[in-house]
Ligand binder design. Structure first.
Ligand SMILES: *Cc1c(COP(=O)(O)O)cnc(C)c1O
Length: 224
């Protein structure tokens, strides 16, 4: 018998087919058995928001899973993730970027990262402004970071039914991506990701150029 988890993954993958977007399955709070179901349905990118939870689950899943950290990360927790994390989507300071580089180097790895931007009107959601990001990218030591590779941007839209506003916020993030691409990454093909869109708004995000949608409850049901 097919699970509803698998059905939801097949449906969303079918919706994304022919677009630029790929699915990051957001597995936070769910037990490992459910992650294994998602894996069996073909999911290979998993998003978690707590470092400890991700580190506990990782050894229980096959090694070809790409683990994406999507929640706020304190510098003292980077060490826990550095041996295996694929992408840290929530980079919001130069200090964090340097710590990721340092811990990745200690593990002989390159860790990918996205700069997280504040695009929501609510001031509860964290993230950089364009000016703050440019300060990080223009810092003299930025080019010396060998073990962290910035691959794009991430943002969380306002939680609202106002689709015009959400569309606006996604366009803003797409614009930030294009500005940074032109100014700092013009010759860097790896800088290509725009992570935006969640269960309630991923269709809109895809229409506005998302390359990574982060979907949890539309796959697993409500987290309760
Ligand atoms: C929890 C979470 C998601 C997924 O949210 P759903 O609404 O369950 O799809 C996406 N992005 C971030 C940053 C999250 O914390």
């Amino acid at each position: 018998m097919k699970s509803f988890i698998a059905d939801n993954i097949y449906r969303i993958d079918a919706e994304l087919a022919g677009t630029a977007a790929r699915l990051v399955v957001v597995t936070k709070t769910h037990p490992v058995e459910k992650l294994q179901e998602a894996y069996a349905a073909g999911a290979r990118m998993f998003g978690e928001n707590r470092p400890q939870e991700m580190a506990a689950k990782q050894p229980q899943l096959p090694a070809d899973v790409q683990w994406h950290l999507i929640g706020q990360l304190q510098t003292n927790k980077v060490k826990l993730l550095a041996p295996f994390v694929h992408t840290i989507q929530s980079i919001d300071s130069g200090k964090l970027l340097r710590e990721i580089d340092k811990q990745a180097a200690a593990n002989n790895r390159v860790i990918e990262g996205l700069l997280q931007f504040h695009i929501a009107r609510e001031d509860t959601k964290s993230g950089l402004s364009l000016a703050e990001a440019e300060e990080i990218l223009a810092a003299p030591d930025f080019v010396q970071l060998r073990n962290v590779r910035l691959t794009g941007v991430m943002g969380i839209a306002t939680f609202t039914n106002d689709t015009a506003q959400v569309r606006d916020e996604f366009r803003q993030l797409h614009g930030i991506f294009q500005q940074l691409k032109a100014a700092y990454f013009a010759n860097d093909a790896a800088f290509c990701e725009i992570s935006m869109g969640m269960s309630g708004d991923y269709a809109l995000a895809v229409a506005e150029g998302s390359t990574l949608v982060r979907v949890g409850s539309a796959i697993f049901g409500n987290r309760g």
